[in-house]
Design a protein around this ligand. Structure first.
Ligand code: IVH
Length: 648
């Protein structure tokens, strides 16, 4: 690589990263990116004097600082006045129109994270400062450089401050907490705390690992001449910053109210947490005329969403025993309405969490509900205690079968393989959608089958007969026959479903697919080393597979004989055809489900990938194909209409 090629490679990597992190629309694969990245890294090692400031290698945080230094914002960072309902909005509008009646409004989400000021000069990021008291914050530039949606350089030469919120997406937050749970570390209460905590790490490689996202919402000092805020923001997005998932220009009460309702309704479906909508006067000259109160601009207001955090009381701590025997505590709380959903339970994760947060029976706590996940306890209000609260004792015996519990890492587990809870939950899992998808095996029925003595393990399900079922309460001929039919239907399914249904620890649907595709029926004879070599399977998972097979070989073979699953066609065994060994991307609405088409292609030996790149061999499109189709055409990828295709 020469200097010119190095410069082009940096530009290309930045382009790839911009599409991935800012536009959410990858234009290459990880493999291509990584290869080029390593070439760039190698060049910089040989020629350190040539290293460009905006090279992606400059984002790798590894410096450990002793503390953060104070730094001044170039212009003040303001707060916002809050309003909570339509009456407040009417009043705010009246007040604002009095200052200037020729105004319109720019509405965008209010992100729930940590605010940040980015200072760029001569096109380069020179400083990143936390909000602090609004005039002075902490210089966290080294950490912020690791955030991929913060451009290190921009096509704007004058000095400019770009303000925004640093957030952690909800799925990433869940992932971080799952990992912390596994490692016995304290959990983050909510995505906002996780974002703020991650920004203030003294070791920036920790910040780098948290996948933070920067969402711009405004500008400090600048020399831009746009007359409208919406145009300024458009310019900012064009410089390479992330756009909001929703924004609108509004003229007056009705339009503002209606976009507020849309954002409120959709808030669960956004990747980030929102706590409201911000309404800003769009005309810059009017903003200047209106000015500021002591704390807030007069030209903007935060229209808050109903809180997703509420105070309630812990009534009881229930213990649940899962299919692996792990006992998990769940808090039963005083029923509380959080945005139309009555919350009665909150997750406590594990016993260490109860101890760490010092959660007691009778405690007042703040709970958070977001999306579909079980509400969490954000904080214990220890100041509200009156002495009647009771410390919770860790159980010593299984709450279901009474056998002794043993501590395994951070988990407490029931060791009894025949424990009702373990068997019942294993059967429910066995029958669930991603496994064998057997209708009619819900909790109540499985419990009845177990307590009646008819079913003591998964294998017993297949010894059920009409006579046996008719002895059960509530089982008439039709219901019994339906269950027997559903059990028959579990036969002859895809092999990965069979592997998945066994409930091997750490092995979910994706890993089951990998095992099925790589080894076929021979997976039970694969060594730990062979398994660990598969894509996406680590040491711990491989160990778990081998150990499971060692203990359960007989049962696996017996079940396999009963269920007769289909052995997958190995990629290299597929008959010669157009798609064998090719990379295919699907887009648009198809005549069959995506899953079915994907499976057919995989059976033909194709690799189905989610994004179009130069490596894509074919794009198969259905109705309403969008940007992937355009991209494929631009790259000269062969595009095939799904309805004209014969891949059955
Ligand atoms: S505008 C001059 N817009 O909310 C206007 N702030 O309660 C100052 N925030 O400190 C802020 N999303 O950290 C604005 N779309 C948005 C926002 C937003 C989140 C945060 C920001 C600010 C706080 C004010």
């Amino acid at each position: 690589m020469n200097l010119q090629e190095y410069k082009e490679a940096v530009e290309k990597l930045n382009e790839y990263a911009y599409h991935y992190y800012v536009l959410d629309d990858a234009i290459t694969t990880d493999e291509v990116y990584d290869k080029l990245y390593h070439e760039v890294l190698e060049y910089e090692k040989q020629n350190p004097q040539d290293t460009l400031k905006n090279s992606p290698t400059q984002r790798v945080g590894d410096k450990v600082s002793e503390k953060f230094y104070k730094a001044k914002h170039l212009s003040r960072m303001w707060s916002l006045e809050d309003i909570f309902n339509a009456d407040d909005l009417r009043e705010w509008l009246k007040k604002t129109y009095k200052l200037d009646e020729h105004i319109s409004f720019y509405c965008e989400p209010k992100y729930d994270g940590a605010s940040l000021n980015l200072i760029y000069d001569n096109g380069e990021l020179i400083q990143a400062i936390t909000r602090g008291d609004g005039s002075e914050g902490e210089d966290i530039t080294v950490n912020v450089k690791t955030i991929r949606s913060v451009p290190l350089s921009i096509e704007h030469k004058d000095k400019i401050e770009i303000r925004g919120e640093v957030v952690i997406f909800k799925d990433e937050f869940e992932k971080i907490n799952q990992e912390r749970l596994k490692n016995g570390e304290a959990l983050f209460a909510n995505p906002r705390n996780a974002a703020a905590g991650s920004l203030r790490q003294l070791d920036s490689s920790i910040t780098a690992s948290r996948n933070l996202v920067f969402l711009p919402y405004g500008i400090g000092i600048n020399s831009l001449e746009h007359k409208l805020l919406s145009d300024k923001m458009k310019y900012i997005y064009e410089l390479g910053f992330k756009k909001p998932p929703q924004s609108a220009l509004c003229n007056g009460f009705d339009e503002i109210e209606s976009i507020y309702e849309v954002m409120k309704k959709d808030r669960d479906s956004y990747q980030m947490m929102l706590d409201g909508m911000v309404i800003k006067v769009n005309e810059i000259s009017s903003q200047i005329d209106m000015g500021y109160t002591v704390k807030n601009p007069r030209w903007a207001v935060a229209y808050k969403f109903p809180a997703v955090e509420k105070i309630t009381t812990i009534k009881e701590i229930k213990l649940q025993v899962g299919r692996s025997g792990a006992v998990t505590p769940v808090a039963v709380v005083e029923p509380t309405d959080i945005e139309g959903v009555v919350v009665e339970r909150a997750t406590l994760h594990n016993f260490d969490e109860i101890e760490r947060k010092d959660i007691r029976l009778g405690d007042k706590v703040i709970i958070l509900r977001s999306g579909d996940v079980i509400p969490k306890i954000v904080k214990v209000l220890t100041n509200e205690r009156d002495g009647s609260e009771v410390v919770f004792e860790k159980p010593k015996d299984c709450p279901v079968c009474g056998s002794e519990l043993l501590q395994e890492d951070v988990l407490i587990k029931c060791q009894n393989l025949s424990c009702e809870a373990r068997v019942v939950n294993s059967i429910i899992y066995f029958a669930s959608k991603p496994c064998l998808n057997i209708d009619g095996l819900g909790k109540k029925i499985v419990e009845l089958l177990f307590t009646s003595g008819l079913v003591k393990s998964v294998v017993d399900l297949f010894d059920l007969t009409l006579e046996k079922l008719l002895t059960l309460e509530g089982f008439k001929e039709k219901k019994s026959q339906n269950l027997l039919d559903a059990l028959q239907n579990a036969k002859g399914k895809e092999y990965y479903r069979f592997i998945n249904s066994l409930g091997i620890e750490h092995i979910g649907e994706v890993a089951s697919k990998t095992l099925a595709d790589e080894f076929g029926f021979a997976w039970i004879d694969a060594t730990k080393e062979q398994i660990a070599q598969c894509d996406g399977i680590g040491e711990e998972m491989a160990e778990s597979v081998v150990e499971f097979v060692r203990v359960n070989r007989e049962t696996i073979l017996k079940l396999q004989e009963i269920l007769q699953p289909l052995e997958p066609i190995k990629k290299d065994e597929a008959k010669d055809n157009k798609f064998k060994g090719k990379t295919v991307v699907l887009t648009g609405t198809m005549s069959k489900s995506r899953g079915e088409i994907k499976e057919m292609l995989e059976n033909l030996g194709a690799k189905v990938s989610s994004s179009v790149s130069k490596k894509t061999d074919f794009l198969i499109y259905g109705e309403d194909a969008g940007s992937k189709y355009d991209k494929a055409m631009n790259l000269g990828v062969e595009c095939l209409a799904e309805d004209l295709l014969d891949i059955n």
